[in-house]
Ligand binder design. Sequence first.
Ligand code: MG
Length: 474
Amino acid sequence: MRAQIVAKAMRRVVRELVLLAGLAAVSLQINSLVHADDRPNFVVIFADDLGYGDLGCFGHPTISTPELDRMALEGMRWTQFYSAAPVCTPSRAALLTGRLPMRSGMCSNVRRVLFPDSKGGLPASEVTLAEMLREAGYRTACVGKWHLGHLAQFLPTEHGFDQYFGIPYSNDMDRVADAPKGMEAIFNPKSEYFNVPLMRDQEIIQRPADQTTITKRYAEEAIKFIQAPAEKPFFLYLAHSMPHVPLFRSQEFAGHSQRGLFGDVVEELDWSVGQILQALRDSEHAKNTLVVFTSDNGPWLSQKQHGGSAGLLKEGKGTTWDGGMREPTIMWWPGHIEPTTTTALGSTMDLMATFAGYAHAQLPTDRVLDSIDLSPIIDGEELRPRQQLLYYRGYELMAVRLGPWKVHFQEQGSYGTLPKNLTKCEPPKLYHLERDPAERYNIAEDHPKIVQRALNLAQKHLSTTESAESQLEL
Ligand code: MG
């Protein structure tokens, strides 16, 4: 334990030296002084549309997730960790750039995500987590759903990943003309109803992708990458296509869960997490790998039993109530993270600064980042570096969070829920999320100063922030 504490302290001193110097050249010199093995590997496992309440360790009564439960017991369970947007494309752009989606143009008030006919994607000018880590000497892989542009110039291999294997957008797209109409194709799905491509690097290798084996094949690819003999540390971004509808699982998981098909799918994801953690243990990477499990947005409630659950949180995917953006999050790093639950605030955007610190990588300095280094929490210090969160829907700032408080300036439902149109909250609504996580009791009248603080923060942010042109409307 003592050696660990010394190692942590040394890492911190080196990191602070890098920060003080603030120069890539110095960072590189320090890298060469630090043996590559001292820098951790990073694995991000990103589920699609998994709700806050969909794991055993987050309270689901009938979805069995023993592997994620074990990961949580051995690691750090985050109960107030957020994605940066309530839908796929902007959420992914934010995680990989450490920036609010409006800064990169990866959001829209019109088309909320990218589609197979979209011409846009993540601009080349953005610096991704993969580019940053590759520059710092990491090998990098993207496995799974991309959804940041499927045209050649936008694919993962153009954005810092050495390799890619996956479906480049949502698994419910490219519906074929003779598939059953309406929800029937979703609720009784077959792979052939959805002509989505499966790609390796820049090539389509299967179309339609066989979705029944997709979770298993993603796990196999991930494990192959982890086990590849290499001197360099690695960054693996594994973005599952599941449990986004249409729901598919392999034969072995058919009828596996008391929760029905959705439960089968989550239980297969759980199995795949177990396989990956075991591969890390077997290859002796475990003690030097930070694994983050989280989800891109809340449950898709309009899919009824085919969508997940936000547990005690309000609403789901598409909305800026907490059910749309708070994610079941676990971090695991045996021997480094003390097993615990944290109620500190965190955002997927924070992975950029957090990983940069551990990797002695250089964060971009020529642009605004919205990323906060969460390493003090991961290292077990009594600090809460993030105090604020901005809740965006497309280009609209909907709400802010200040410590335990959340103030809504605007509201809008999603996928058939009310209010249908963007509706100003006049006056703004205030909730205490630590005492009222379901956002039921508006207490704005009792706390005018908190509301004013939130209004000031929003005004300052909006008056100093530039939005990029939308890539989703091209
Ligand atoms: Mg999603």
